[in-house]
Ligand binder design. Sequence first.
Ligand SMILES: [Zn+2]
Length: 445
Amino acid sequence: MINLNNDMTECDILLKGGTILTMDEAGSVLPRGYLAVRGDSIAEVGEGDGNGFRAKKVIDAGEGIILPGLINGHTHAAMTLFRGLADDLPLMEWLTNYIFPVESRMDGNFVRAGSLLACAEMILSGTTTFCDMYLFEEEVARAADKAGLRCLAGEVLYDFPSPNYGAVEEGLRYTESLIKRWQGNPRVSIAVEPHSLYTCSPSLLEAANDLALRYGVPLVIHVAETRSEVEEVKKRYGRKPFEHLAALNVLGPHVIADHCVHLDDAELRRMVEHGVKAVHNPESNMKLASGVSPVFKLLSAGVKVGLGTDGCASNNNLDLFAEMDMAAKLSKVEAMDPTVLDAVTVLGMATSMGAQVLGLSSLVGSLEPGKKADVIVLDTRQPHLTPMYNPYSHLVYAARGGDVSHSIINGTLVMEERRLLSLDLEEIMEEASSKSKTVLSWLSR
Ligand SMILES: [Zn+2]
């Protein structure tokens, strides 16, 4: 069909010339498709070159893959500044001698520098949304906002004084002020985030849950990450982790449980019963020798499972392509069955299902008209991606974060031909390097 100029529809960005994986419910793939962005949203997705559109900006995907931006379901963004500081140590030694001493000295400026570094790394490796838990979370929210990323952020809450908010009871007040301050932001929203069952008293968990329900926001918490955690909860309360949360009435579809490694069938049933969501962090679980989450069991029971990198000190990168590869392979080894966690399922965990887990599926996670335009382009003209029989296979088993060439978030182009447009990368890396000297001085004291 020939379109005359005056028949043309306006749009802001037209992506074309690639294979589009929509990750919609039908799993639609358009072998040669276009995607039109108008304002912050996807106006149209279709086959062909989108000749009916007059665009302010045209991006040719050059036979690459166009897909929804990836969703990192669990991060501690500022821990980028502890990357490679201490590895290959027993968990308690690592925490007590390295992580806790440096975290107790941090300030907002430190978290800002680490979070900006994380944001740069995430955009450059195809992530468009992340869910973060850390200290000085206002700085994380600001960094995400500046970077143009989508973010669900929450201040970590526990039973001891925080270098950020001070006394325990101030934590909930700080979280509430965050919720109010970020209300109405198009990309950044706030969750209530008690750290875990072994660092939070029953009364803190209940109060955190009340706050989450009062504002209709998610509650994010680490659950059943290690065997020793499960033993500790049993010793203290005579209950298994999800049993404990159920007894406190702190379970429901608003609960996002990170890790979920050590679960028996009764615990899994509790998750299903209460509609709890999970985030799988395979690389962190491997590196800290925490164990293997029974992800394929969770998925077949109907639990929504997202994918996360966890903090950079236990990964040690924020590349979700590496995480997808590991997620698929780890579950296959665990089940001794190569058919579990196939590539389509794993990509879903990092996109459409990941959005469901974070409560953002009405906005993002798939490429459909009306959804927010969070889209990435993968450059497949590379030896390790040639030839291409199956794009899902390449994304999960062969691609790397560095293969992402373009990123659009909420309709704004934040990376073009691998160039970060929203942040000054050199300045961010320089500041991060200078912070490493501070970290070393803290440890030598
Ligand atoms: Zn974590």
